[in-house]
Design a protein around this ligand. Structure first.
Ligand code: IPE
Ligand code: IPE
Ligand code: MG
Length: 251
């Protein structure tokens, strides 16, 4: 797919992050501010997701990770959980062919064993169908929690040590990271959270160590290509030092 002229010109001066992660927040407040039921906000949130995936691919982002459902979101009313699961099912059923056609590889992080088998099967089908696609990797964080991911990694690492396959002395940050959910992917360069909240809410705790954080007040259903471009423009103004000195000024 060719990149539309307008995007090329708008993005010409900025450094496009390789990996963008988004905490898609504010669906409920978007709906409430219009006197609509929360589910309407979630529905419009799916449309915002479609726009964003398209825009990320056009801009040249390599990996887009989206926080779709947190391990803590089970504490919401059963009816809202049903709505969210229904929307995920519909999203995969309706959009999978299109994602595949557009060269998007779908990957899923999060605890799968406790999901309904039909949801689990759909997630696996999406991964399987798109596994060889290379244009954009869409990582869906579903039933995901950063602490849970780290604890699961520790458990698997402990099993390796207990079985004698791994020496305790060989454990360091790099070997540990190899046990996380998607160890082959680079950490997010940019994490965007919509809706004005300024917290991670248990998202990618390990991987966010040196991510640039951009918080915007827009509710997720209103997020669009312009909002993504503006967050990327903000990112490209940041001076990432990783504990060292500025690559730009040397100071
Ligand atoms: C984000 O919107 C979607 C999910 C967390 C599943 P919210 O549902 O959290 O919307 P607010 O934060 O209540 O407005
Ligand atoms: C984070 O949003 C989870 C997702 C966007 C899926 P929440 O709305 O659940 O976070 P809190 O509860 O406001 O921290
Ligand atoms: Mg929220």
């Amino acid at each position: 797919m060719s990149v539309p002229e307008t995007i090329l010109s708008a993005m010409a001066e900025v450094e496009v992050p390789r990996h963008v992660a988004i905490i898609m927040d504010g669906n409920g407040r978007w709906a409430a501010s219009r006197g609509l039921p929360r589910v309407e906000g979630h529905r419009r949130g799916v449309e915002a997701l479609r726009r964003t995936v398209r825009a990320a691919g056009d801009i040249g982002v390599g990996i887009l990770t989206i926080f779709s459902f947190s391990a803590e979101n089970w504490s919401r009313p059963a009816s809202e959980i049903r709505d969210l699961m229904g929307l995920l099912r519909r999203f995969i059923r309706n959009d999978l062919a299109d994602l595949h056609k557009n060269g998007i590889r779908v990957r899923v992080i999060g605890e799968r064993d406790t999901l309904d088998p039909d949801v689990r099967n759909l997630l696996e089908e999406a991964e399987e169908l798109t596994r060889d696609n290379e244009r954009l990797t869409l990582v869906v964080a579903f039933n995901y929690g950063g602490r849970q991911e780290i604890a699961a990694a520790a458990k698997r690492l402990a099993e390796e040590v207990a079985s004698g396959r791994l020496e305790p002395a060989a454990v360091n940050a790099d070997t540990f990271a190899g046990f996380l959910a998607a160890p082959d992917l680079p950490d997010p360069d940019l994490i965007i959270r919509t809706s004005g909240e300024q917290r991670l809410s248990n998202f990618l705790l390990w991987q966010a160590a040196y991510s640039e954080l951009v918080f915007i007040s827009t509710y997720w259903p209103d997020f669009d290509r312009a909002a993504l471009e503006s967050a990327i423009a903000e990112y490209s103004k940041r001076d990432r030092r990783f504990g060292g000195l500025s690559a730009r000024t040397g100071a």
